[in-house]
Design a protein around this ligand. Structure first.
Ligand code: SF4
Length: 128
């Protein structure tokens, strides 16, 4: 079964494998069982953080991803998520990250993936 949804919690409850898309591209692929602990693309991590749960305080704003998706007619040269990503650097803004294998069953298109110790070909993350 293939399910396409903007609700990652619905996908996680019904599917075995997840493909996360951003700006018309697959940015991460992983098994649902790894979603909470091993999500590596900052967009996937942000989607997970935006899922409300029982800890949400009534009246407080829900977590959201700042900014807006890019105009598909005017995609940047680098990573389309860069303007919204707290891990973005000059490499991200200049070069489109390829979708590459991080570990068995998981691929991500990101220069600085989260929850990954070291992936050949990724750039070291230098944060100010
Ligand atoms: S490539 Fe850079 S800007 Fe794009 S998601 Fe990864 S860290 Fe963020």
């Amino acid at each position: 079964m293939v399910l396409i949804s903007h609700d990652i919690s619905v996908v996680a409850s019904l599917c075995h494998r997840v493909l996360v898309m951003y700006a018309g591209r697959i940015v991460e692929e992983l098994l649902v069982k790894d979603l909470l602990q091993r999500a590596a693309h900052p967009y996937t991590v942000a989607l997970l953080a935006a899922i409300p749960d029982m800890r949400v305080v009534r009246g407080e704003p829900l977590s959201s991803i700042p900014g807006r998706p890019p105009d598909l007619d005017k995609l940047p040269a680098g990573c389309p998520f860069a303007p919204r990503c707290s891990r973005a650097d000059a490499t991200c803004e200049a070069e489109l990250p390829p979708l590459r294998e991080l570990r068995a069953g998981q691929r991500a298109a990101c220069w600085h993936p989260v929850n990954v110790a070291e992936v050949p070909g990724t750039a070291p993350l230098v944060q100010a």
